[in-house]
Design a protein around this ligand. Structure first.
Ligand code: FAD
Length: 419
């Protein structure tokens, strides 16, 4: 009888896993079900582009039906509450529990606030398309309010907490778009201040020092004020207070300083470690539960240096693909194979036209070529998940858009932010 293989979460890991299974299994071997809380897959690595008005939200989402052969993969749109490990079922908010023989958990991450007082309440985050849209609307609204209240720093300051890759990508993208946005709103860009706060000693902590210094120099040239080596102590409605007593006032506070695994794992009783990530064996099976595989931001993956690997889309994709192959081995009673990540390069953007790239052999780039590489990674991803048709759709869609298509949303932005 066909086994019930359920994939929880249609993110980078879940999509890779489901597509692998769809391609390499027969219907008599397994029924494949993907459960996701939204009817689309979103490309999280481009969320900063939504927040900074470089792209429209529908450019980075793709409906799930487009990604799977629906004769082979059943799609369930529902929010998972927890995993009932004893009865081997997913408990969801709306529908009936979903039973599984093999479960793959790839439900991503949530912001990590490090117990900083007020941060969860008063800061916006960049961990979903909806939240990125909130950020973009709040930024636009702040510019309008700054035009009306020229001497009020509450509106003219945009605060970004965290200068890891996400914070730097957002700050750079926003700084590059600021002149266009300000022209639209009717305010001089010189009146707007972008401030980035990072607890570690540098921006992009852990990254190659040369790339760090290039990125910092570029951000500073763009007028961004950077505080490093000082943690955020407290947040309130319109204030970030830093560990050294500095008070930064703003109505627009965005937190990008860290993520932790989706709390579903801890709530379901999985053995978890740092930042709620589930402990897994070399085959990516959850400790004590061989029928459950954990992938992406939910899994604690130990790298070759014996240290936890940073959660990335690249890692999630590789894990999803690998687990797809291991599930097939499991179904066919073959020996499972150990997962060996192969992170070819770390790439990120610093603004609309520059980027950083660090290859595993140590080769590094800062500038236009690195930005091109980051775009290339996105194109390769679109091609991989949707084929040529999808790649062309994304390309042409992008070129048909105006660079900053504000008209449709500006009134709505105002109403929502004021509400
Ligand atoms: C702005 C930004 C920039 C980034 N840039 C890069 C980069 O350049 N390179 C890189 O490698 N990584 C980057 N990352 C990190 C990368 O996006 C994540 O590591 C990656 O998305 C993790 O993939 P995942 O499959 O584990 O989870 P996700 O891609 O987050 O997918 C999780 C899925 O689970 C679903 N889900 C969540 N909760 C539930 C629930 N309760 N019920 C049902 N479904 C649920 C979600 O809807 C989602 O579809 C970036 C992240 C951000 C935010």
């Amino acid at each position: 009888m066909a086994k019930r293989v359920v994939i929880a979460g249609a993110g980078y890991g879940g999509v890779a896993c489901a597509q692998h299974l769809q391609k390499h299994t027969r219907p008599d071997e397994c029924e494949i079900t993907v459960v996701n809380k939204l009817p689309y897959h979103s490309m999280q690595t481009q969320l900063h582009e939504i927040a900074a008005w470089s792209r429209e939200p529908d450019e980075i989402v793709v409906p799930l039906e487009y990604l799977f052969d629906t004769r082979r993969v059943q799609i369930g749109v529902d929010e998972i509450d927890h995993v009932d490990l004893e009865n081997r079922q997913l408990v969801v908010r709306e529908g009936k529990p979903i039973a599984y023989d093999v479960l793959i958990l790839g439900v991503g991450s949530v912001p990590e606030y490090f117990n900083i007082e007020g941060l969860a309440e008063y800061a916006m985050t960049l961990n979903s398309v909806q939240n990125a849209v909130k950020v973009r609307k709040a930024i636009y609204h702040a510019l309008e309010m700054a035009r009306e209240n020229p001497d009020d720093p509450l509106w003219s300051t945009i605060l970004i907490g965290g200068a890891g890759l996400t914070g730097v990508e957002l700050a750079g993208e926003l700084a590059d778009n600021l002149p266009d946005l300000c022209e639209r709103v009717g305010i001089s860009p010189s009146k707007i201040r972008i401030v980035v706060v990072e607890a570690m000693q540098t921006v992009l902590p852990g990254m190659d020092p040369d790339l760090v210094s290039h990125a910092k120099q570029y951000l500073e040239e763009k007028g961004i004020q950077i505080y490093t080596g000082v943690p955020i102590a407290r947040a309130s409605t319109d204030l970030l207070e830093l560990g050294d007593g500095t008070q930064l006032r703003s109505k627009t506070i965005i937190w990008t300083g860290g993520v932790r695994s989706n709390p579903i794992l801890e709530a379901s009783g999985f053995e978890c470690a740092a930042r709620g990530r589930a402990k897994v064996n070399e085959f990516l099976q959850a400790e004590g539960h061989e029928e459950v595989f954990v992938i992406g931001d939910c899994a604690l993956t130990i790298g070759e240096n014996g240290r936890p690997m940073p959660p990335t889309a690249q890692l999630a994709e590789q894990e999803g693909d690998w687990v797809g192959a291991n599930v097939i081995r499991l179904l066919r009673h073959e020996a499972l194979q150990s997962f060996h990540p192969d992170i070819v390069a770390t790439v990120g953007s610093v603004g609309r036209h520059l980027g950083i790239a660090l290859f595993k052999g140590g080769r590094k780039h800062f500038g236009g070529f690195a930005h091109f590489l980051k775009s290339g990674v996105n194109w390769q991803y679109w091609l991989r998940i949707g084929g040529l048709g999808f790649l062309f759709h994304q390309w042409f869609h992008r070129h048909w858009q105006q660079p900053l298509p504000l008209e449709s949303t500006e009134t709505e932005a105002l109403q929502e932010v004021q509400a």
